[in-house]
Ligand binder design. Structure first.
Ligand SMILES: [Zn+2]
Length: 293
């Protein structure tokens, strides 16, 4: 029975989801702490021009929370009827201020072959993130191009640090690998990909609890990691996916959870620092912002 339900879930679940919203907010919150006041203000003015800005500030006001909520936008549009599946459906009507209403599910991941050789399948995170970052850095790009690119960049830096987003095509980055986690009484059976997505935080993490969680993570890792580059971030994720992401016997033991949680937390902090550094390099300012405006 369990197996039948799981198979149904596998068939209906969309492959390669994402770090959940809580994890993306943590990454964005950490990144925001790394920004200079001038970078914060340049970034905020781009976010303010986004057609969904009001949604981002619906529950928590302020520049910081707009930035934090923008981090989940590329996942939120997957369930938003204004947007469409570009490989399956006809385009939805255009939205003023957005270049396209395509959902771009395949931008969130890249699958490799088991030996690590380059990309296999539709996932194009490896090329899309550099392209979108280049738009932000390009003085000849239009303002509306930058408005569109910014939430994607905030989101995809996080995705590149989710080990299974640079996974293997043979099991669709863990989407075809079922695990059992009896510590989760509500839903013990799930895909490995989903299990990793939910590891850093609850999806609803926000507000004061989010700030506290981010500060706890930063206290454990007070120094920025080497910035590296897109290739390094992907290689790190792929190696973690191969060496540490799969539980022996498909069973999540307490020991496996502890080890995986440590890795997931570390990846969230690394993504946060690196996103901050990337945005600082583009939007200016070398000094870190203090406080959280
Ligand atoms: Zn995503």
């Amino acid at each position: 029975m369990l197996r039948a339900i799981l198979l149904l879930l596998l068939v209906t679940a969309s492959p390669a989801w994402a770090w959940n919203s809580g994890a993306h907010r943590l990454i964005a919150h950490i990144a925001w702490q790394q920004l200079s006041p001038s970078a914060k203000s340049a970034i905020s003015s781009l976010l303010l021009a986004h057609p969904d800005y009001d949604r981002w500030t619906e529950h928590h006001q302020g520049k910081q929370f707009a930035f934090v909520e923008a981090s989940t936008w590329p996942d939120d549009i997957r369930q938003d009827a204004r947007f469409y599946e570009e490989f399956a459906d006809p385009p939805t009507p255009s939205i003023a201020g957005l270049a396209t209403t395509a959902r771009h599910r395949n931008w969130h991941y890249t699958d490799r072959q088991l030996d690590g050789s380059p990309r296999e399948g539709k996932g194009s995170l490896d090329t899309e993130l550099p392209r979108l970052v280049a738009i932000l850095a390009d003085s000849s790009a239009s303002r509306s191009q930058k408005v569109y690119a910014l939430p994607w960049v905030i989101h995809l830096v996080g995705e590149m640090h989710q080990p299974l987003h640079i996974g293997s095509n043979h099991d669709k980055g863990g989407n075809l690998f079922e695990v059992e986690d009896f510590a989760d009484q509500r839903q013990p059976a799930k895909t490995l990909h989903r299990w990793w997505d939910d590891l850093p935080a609850a999806p609803w993490l926000n507000g004061k609890a989010l700030e506290n969680s981010a500060q706890r993570l930063l206290a454990q890792t007070p120094h920025a990691p080497a910035q590296g580059n897109f290739e390094l971030w992907q290689q790190e994720s792929f190696e973690i996916a191969r060496a540490h992401a799969y539980p022996p016997g498909r069973m999540i033991t307490p020991e496996f959870r502890t080890q995986a949680k440590t890795i997931a937390n570390r990846r969230v902090v690394e993504a946060g620092y690196r996103l901050g550094s990337l945005l600082r390099a583009i939007f200016g300012g070398v000094s870190r912002g203090t406080g959280s405006e």
